[in-house]
Design a protein around this ligand. Sequence first.
Ligand code: ADP
Length: 403
Amino acid sequence: MSAGTRVLVLNAGSSSVKYQLIDMLDGARLAAGLAERVGEPGGRLVHTPRDGARREALRPFEDHAAALEAVAAELAADGLGLDSPELAAIGHRVVHGGRRFTAPTLITDEVLAEVRRLVPVAPLHNPANITGIEVARRLRPDLPQVAVFDTAFHATLPEYAARYAIDRAVADEHRVRRYGFHGTSHQYVSRAAAALLGKEPAEVNVIVLHLGNGASASAVAGGVCVETSMGLTPLEGLVMGTRSGDVDPGVVFHLHRVGGLTIDEIDALLNRRSGLLGLCGDNDMREILRRRGEGDADAALAFDAYVHRLRKYLGAYYAVLGRVDAVVFTAGVGENAAPVREAVCAGLEGLGIVVDTELNAVRSGDPRIVSPAYARVAVAVVPTDEELEIARQAFALVHTAED
Ligand code: ADP
């Protein structure tokens, strides 16, 4: 049994490892950092301890194991090493949990094998997550390690929302259905929004708009997710930084048959060269707002397409929920881009959605309401904190397992 109160949260991507060490007694971030360009030239480790200056080192990482060992060494240099008795668990972000993993899960050989079996439905994400888990288990074989899945919060989607209307036998054979992503963020933000309204999650219906580089919307009824915009993969739904979001699937056939593009080329086009980037050459909303302010027509089109898609989803999810208590903006764009929030909510007074221009313009890192007190629907900004949520879930699981 561990008496530790700290959780190390690891988010291993294809060429990076992000980490945070969190003390669950007070939620304090004891250290955070990022190892990037793993397995590529130009590797770099940025480490920020709570009580000290940020340290940055340029150094190559041959693989994830080398990166994680460097992270462990940085933590040890601050007296926060992986061998510390204070460490209660390591929480791993895992992108795809398929239909089996609908809750945080203690990692065993069998669980790891199952996550590996899901690689065909998440070829870009799960392999890196698996490597992170393997390396962390090698470094601390005795420590509980917990997988927290991006898909888990969406496991409650009703069957009619999770199914694509295609031949059921074909869909089932290839595990084709809508899984949804960013679940840890949607869960954290929908609960924090309820708290902001002074209510329990079970008492409120909220629409969460997670607008980062990737972007997704969810409809959460009484704390339960009933609809979300991403699907089998994170490509479906909203216009994103570099992803198209919804397109007619016929576009794919057309580009292949008539345009002569290969499937891999179309995959790269829709995932990496579309969205805001495809429409105007920039995927950073700050740059788009600046260019639009200078009268740039391409940037204005990208902004309008982004907002239009969001409004379509907002209207659809309003109908799905029937009654909406809050519309909540989160992640890089949602938390910072007041013009996006204003444009998404413009002209929706009939639905009870109003933004107060002055409240909306305030810059703050705190959860806040930006609608006037009289509005039927609260419009809120809630900074997301996926790492804290992963740490909480991992810590709770380890303690339940011990009871
Ligand atoms: P990720 O999906 O990579 O975690 P984030 O949630 O950090 O992304 O969001 C990153 C995006 O947020 C940036 O690409 C940028 O478009 C947007 N962003 C960040 N700060 C601002 C800002 N002050 N104004 C407008 N957009 C911003």
